[in-house]
Design a protein around this ligand. Structure first.
Ligand SMILES: [Zn+2]
Length: 179
């Protein structure tokens, strides 16, 4: 080994990083100040008033792509990826349960400009609601009786179809035997 090279002045040959503690302390202080400023300016702004939660006015579509086959490539746009795409948040969730959780969730509602708080109903609103549902029951288009009748009808139809099929098969067999 060449001994003289070890004594070259100004070359760090310890191969170990030395931290300038003073410099980093200074940097840390600056960062802390900056963060504190950010916090202050955030809290200074008036709180954002979002609209109260509203019921959905559309049917959630979970089944339109059920049983279908689709080629998915990683470079396809998000809306054509596997899973449920939320155009509001531009994200994809992998199954229907998670999709429901997502569209009922805080992040999604916030993107729609709503808070998670529900508007308080007044006494009149509740009474009106009761009245409306009472009226609907009176003119009720669909009762338990209706349901049972319909079920019976369907069963009868199904039975008839079976009988018809049986008869057809029988006739076919008879014809074949005659030949
Ligand atoms: Zn969303």
């Amino acid at each position: 080994m060449d001994q003289s090279s070890n004594h070259v002045v100004g070359v760090d040959n310890t191969f170990r990083k030395k931290f300038d503690k003073e410099e980093y302390l200074q940097r840390a202080r600056e960062r802390e100040e900056k963060e504190a400023d950010g916090r202050k300016s955030k809290s200074r702004g008036p709180p954002v008033q979002r609209k109260p939660l509203k019921p959905r006015d559309y049917q959630v579509d979970l089944e339109s792509r059920l049983g279908k086959t689709q080629v998915v490539t990683p470079i396809a746009p998000l809306s054509q990826q596997a899973g449920y795409y939320c155009p509001v948040c531009e994200c994809v969730v992998k199954d229907s349960a998670n999709y429901l959780d997502h569209i009922n969730g805080k992040k999604h509602q916030r993107a729609l400009g709503m808070s998670m708080r529900v508007e308080r109903s007044s006494l009149e609103q509740v009474q009106q609601r009761f009245e409306a549902s009472k009226k609907r029951k009176d003119t009720g288009s669909f009762t338990v009786q209706d349901f049972e009748e319909q079920l019976l009808k369907q069963q009868q139809e199904e039975e008839e179809r079976k009988q018809r099929r049986k008869r057809r098969r029988k006739r076919r067999l008879q014809r074949r035997n005659l030949k």
